[in-house]
Design a protein around this ligand. Structure first.
Ligand SMILES: Cc1cc2nc3c(=O)[nH]c(=O)nc-3n(C[C@H](O)[C@H](O)[C@H](O)COP(=O)(O)OP(=O)(O)OC[C@H]3O[C@@H](n4cnc5c(N)ncnc54)[C@H](O)[C@@H]3O)c2cc1C
Length: 280
């Protein structure tokens, strides 16, 4: 049986600290329980660490969390992990074994399942670079997809396009020296701490980069919007690409603020922004 919670506040499970109750909140503790829950509640919302989600103020019916799926193992330079393991944990474990490839993701605060779903990336790397195969559920059956079937592109994957669920994944890493891997991770963390408003709840960069040569944060800053607020949702004063929750922001505040930014960017730069954050 999955662990079950009733009327569980989603604000406790999202990095934005926003979201009303999940009428039923399920935490499967094995892949078998996970599949059972997915079949029983095909319309459930799926939640990893909740670091790329804006959950509605009025809540949702059923949420299935992947955080109980936390087994992983190394086999030479291959790492096989269930969907709910945190990327940071996998980075540290890989570094300890002198395995390189995941350094770019150090500091991305989500699970491996969420990261594969949206092909998370940073500092020149992305999940597509290291994923070898993925075991997934397509709504009817379990399949194993190899890297050439994953349809990865910028912040996109076959899982996002088709609403398929990542169960387990295998990453292919490269033997390297532990010290070198660790120092690369530390350098990346230092850059994050310097540039990102980690002292406030957020979901990271709110918008996708619309083109390689268009920097959303810079454009928002040029419009003088740093610090602009709707309720307690604010354009970060440190990094204008982030919307932060400076108190008790609601999902409605965040959406209204994002809409204003979108309209102004369209008007001044003729560029259409799309959210990177998954708005439920
Ligand atoms: C401070 C901060 C910094 C960040 N920096 C970065 C960054 O540098 N680069 C970057 O790409 N992102 C970044 N993010 C965003 C976020 O951490 C990543 O997108 C992360 O991969 C999301 O993982 P998650 O487990 O939190 O997913 P969640 O937020 O729980 O879910 C996100 C989406 O993935 C779906 N999902 C979750 N698990 C699965 C699964 N097993 N199968 C199918 N779908 C699933 C959910 O249904 C939802 O639609 C940042 C966020 C924060 C708060």
């Amino acid at each position: 049986m999955c662990r079950q919670f009733f009327n569980e506040p989603l604000s406790l499970h999202t990095s934005f600290k926003i979201g009303g109750p999940a009428r039923l909140f399920l935490v499967p503790e094995s892949l078998e329980q996970f599949l059972c829950a997915l079949k029983l509640f095909p319309d459930a919302k799926l939640l990893g660490k909740g670091t790329n989600v804006l959950a509605p103020d009025e809540g949702v019916d059923v949420v299935i969390s992947t955080l109980g799926l936390n087994n992983f193992r190394f086999d030479g330079n291959l790492l096989v992990s269930e969907a709910g393991v945190l990327l940071s944990k996998l980075c540290v474990e890989s570094a300890q074994r002198g395995l390189s490839g995941l350094e770019f993701s150090y500091g991305i605060p989500g699970t491996i399942g969420g990261a594969i779903f949206m092909n998370a990336g940073a500092y020149g790397g992305q999940m597509a670079d290291v994923v070898e195969w993925v075991e997934c559920f397509d709504g009817e059956r379990v399949r194993v997809l190899h890297r050439d079937q994953l349809e990865f592109s910028y912040r996109n994957s076959v899982f996002k396009k088709r609403n398929w669920v990542v169960l387990r994944a295998c990453l292919s890493l490269t033997k390297s020296d532990a010290e070198g891997v660790r120092s690369k991770m530390e350098e990346i963390m230092r850059r994050r701490l310097e540039t990102q408003p980690l002292e406030f709840p957020s979901a990271g960069s709110f918008f996708k980069r619309p083109r390689n040569d268009f920097y959303v944060g810079k454009a928002i800053e040029q419009l003088g919007l740093k610090g602009y607020r709707v309720g307690d949702a604010q354009i970060s004063t440190k990094h204008a690409g982030f919307i932060v929750n400076v108190g008790s922001a609601t999902a409605k505040d965040v959406i209204a603020l994002a809409q204003t930014v979108k309209e102004l960017i369209e008007k001044h730069f003729d560029v259409a922004l799309e959210p990177e954050v998954d708005i439920w």
